[in-house]
Ligand binder design. Structure first.
Ligand code: GLV
Length: 327
């Protein structure tokens, strides 16, 4: 019996390839070459499934050129690299990797908040540069985390994880804004209070962005929003580049409109805007919020099991399409 063909578009854990090879004829990219959209289309000819990451764009043009494709399994919870309506219209299943990365990503959001507010990377660079000659009363004095007001924009699973860490671990007052208000029981677990976006911007000492990227959230934080924040405030983005207007943010950081920012995601990443690179009051990390070995392994396994679940058993585990197209 011939096995379905799949493409693994980026390098993955070798044992995931071994698992996939039990069910599929696998073409992989363990050299982790970055393919152009045309090269991806070329590699997808004759393939029924593909394991993608956020770097591979699946849109109507690609779908039209890859008629055998039945499923795209993203190894990420975010899926703004997918044109979901076009996939549903083409009868192509889209899946992502929810839940398995929630706590790890919330940990990182908190780590980035602490590093930013307490100026940890800036202080380390100073020390490594041999500039530490004496103790000084205001040397790298930052902002307190404990007891401060934590604002969260986007209160899904990861936002809730960050809220719980702030409220229960650090005695923070937690406020949030979201498309819809959480039910009372979830709000109580997170000790979080729903507020308007304006109120969130005005009141947060530390504002963490955890909302999905879409046309509606493009530049949700730009110059007007930054101007509403406290001059002592910290902004953290672990969601997606493009939610923050990076040029406006760099100007706000340069002009002390806000105190500091921690960014794990960027507009047009892996490029980072030079205005941000020039500043010391911003902590920059290369999109690693879910990067622990157990979590990345769980994400890879879930993406692989979505391919097996759909192409072998007609049952994807975490489909995104609404309605789900059938084989
Ligand atoms: C990472 O950014 C993800 O969406 O999983």
């Amino acid at each position: 019996m011939t096995q379905p063909k799949i493409l693994v578009a980026r390098a993955v854990f070798p044992d995931v390839l071994v698992q996939l090879a039990q069910h599929f004829e696998v073409t992989s990219n363990q050299a982790d070459e970055r393919w152009t959209p045309d090269q991806l289309i070329d590699k997808l000819q004759g393939q029924q499934g593909v394991l993608t990451t956020g770097s591979e764009r699946i849109d109507a043009a690609l779908l039209g050129a890859c008629p055998d494709l039945k499923i795209c399994a993203n190894m990420a919870v975010g899926y703004n690299n997918f044109d979901l309506p076009a996939m549903t219209a083409a009868g192509v299943i889209a899946t992502n990797t929810p839940d398995v990365l929630t706590e790890t990503t919330a940990d990182f959001g908190f780590a980035l908040l602490m590093a930013t507010a307490r100026r940890i990377t800036e202080a380390e660079h100073f020390l490594r540069a041999g500039l530490w000659s004496n103790w000084r009363y205001d040397m790298f004095a930052g902002a307190d985390i404990h007891g401060a007001t934590l604002g969260i924009l986007g209160m899904g699973r990861i936002g809730q994880g960050i809220a719980k860490r702030g409220a229960h671990g650090f005695g923070m007052k937690v406020i949030y804004h979201n498309r819809s208000q959480l039910d009372a029981a979830t709000e109580a677990q997170c000790k979080a209070c729903f507020v308007s976006k304006d109120e969130l911007l005005k009141s947060a000492d530390h504002l963490v962005l955890v909302l999905p990227y879409s046309a509606a959230s493009h530049h949700a934080i730009g110059a007007p929003e930054l101007a509403q924040m406290k001059p002592t405030a910290t902004l953290i983005n672990i969601a997606r580049g493009g939610i923050v207007d990076d040029v406006a943010l760099a100007a706000a950081l340069r002009n002390q409109v806000i105190a500091a920012a921690g960014l794990d995601v960027f507009e047009g990443e892996p490029r980072v805007h030079p205005d941000l690179l020039a500043l010391s009051n911003v902590v920059l990390t290369p999109h690693i919020a879910s990067a622990t070995l157990p979590t990345r392994r769980a994400m890879a396994n879930l993406a692989a099991n979505n391919l097996i679940g759909y192409l072998i058993n007609q049952q994807p585990l975490t489909p995104l399409n609404d309605p789900v197209p059938f084989v």
